[in-house]
Design a protein around this ligand. Structure first.
Ligand SMILES: C[S@@+](CC[C@H](N)C(=O)[O-])C[C@H]1O[C@@H](n2cnc3c(N)ncnc32)[C@H](O)[C@@H]1O
Length: 184
């Protein structure tokens, strides 16, 4: 009986999710504009789309989608300074009537109005978002992620961009874009 209880407790502990404070913080690192453009092309963004960028940084993805396609967008960002920057940039680019930026935790946001979700976040974040994306997005919605896959969810399409030199010491990188399409 005791050993069964210990076994049960061990199972419970093993299946506990990793506490948030133990997860790696996701810093601001902007997606290069040529990669942003390709992400929007791969997602086949149109004027009637609503783009949610989860962890929107300086707002470049939703601002670009508004400017290029006339699409509406919502940027979710925890850093208030970046949100202020993105709002000012949207105004400067003349798309502030199409986009909004909210200081919120992207893990807690209601994404049900999104037709396109963009991600440049770490694998743990994408993994946590997977059930939310699968549950709340409507058929036809697309998710497009830069460099980090969503574990356990085979992508509809994966595109590796040509290798680019990132630093003067010769470090190179091939940006990867992942696409998922909600079926139905
Ligand atoms: C790698 S940057 C990507 C910025 C932008 N999406 C892009 O592709 O250029 C990730 C951003 O997510 C923000 N972030 C991290 N965790 C977040 C969370 N839980 N909710 C909202 N924003 C978050 C960071 O402050 C950072 O600006």
């Amino acid at each position: 009986m005791t050993s069964l209880l210990i076994l049960h407790l061990a199972f419970l502990l093993a299946s506990e999710p990793v506490p948030v404070h133990q997860l790696e913080e996701i810093p601001f690192l902007p997606t290069p504009m040529e990669v942003v453009d390709r992400m929007l092309e791969i997602a086949e963004v149109k004027q009637d789309d609503v783009i949610y960028d989860l962890g929107s940084g300086d707002g470049r993805i939703v601002i670009r989608a508004a400017k290029k396609y006339g699409a509406r967008g919502v940027g979710i960002e925890m850093d208030s300074w970046l949100v202020e920057f993105a709002r000012a940039k949207a105004q400067e680019e003349g798309v502030d009537h199409l986009v909004e930026f909210r200081i919120e935790d992207a893990l807690k946001v209601d994404i049900s109005q999104a037709t396109v979700v963009t991600l440049y976040m770490l694998p743990w974040f994408n993994e946590r978002m997977r059930p939310v994306l699968q549950k709340h997005l409507k058929p036809g919605a697309r998710i497009v992620a830069h460099d980090y896959d969503i574990e356990g969810w085979p992508a509809t399409k994966i595109e590796k961009l040509p290798e680019v030199e990132k630093r003067t010491d010769g470090y190179t990188h091939r940006h990867t874009i992942y696409l998922w399409r909600i079926g139905g």
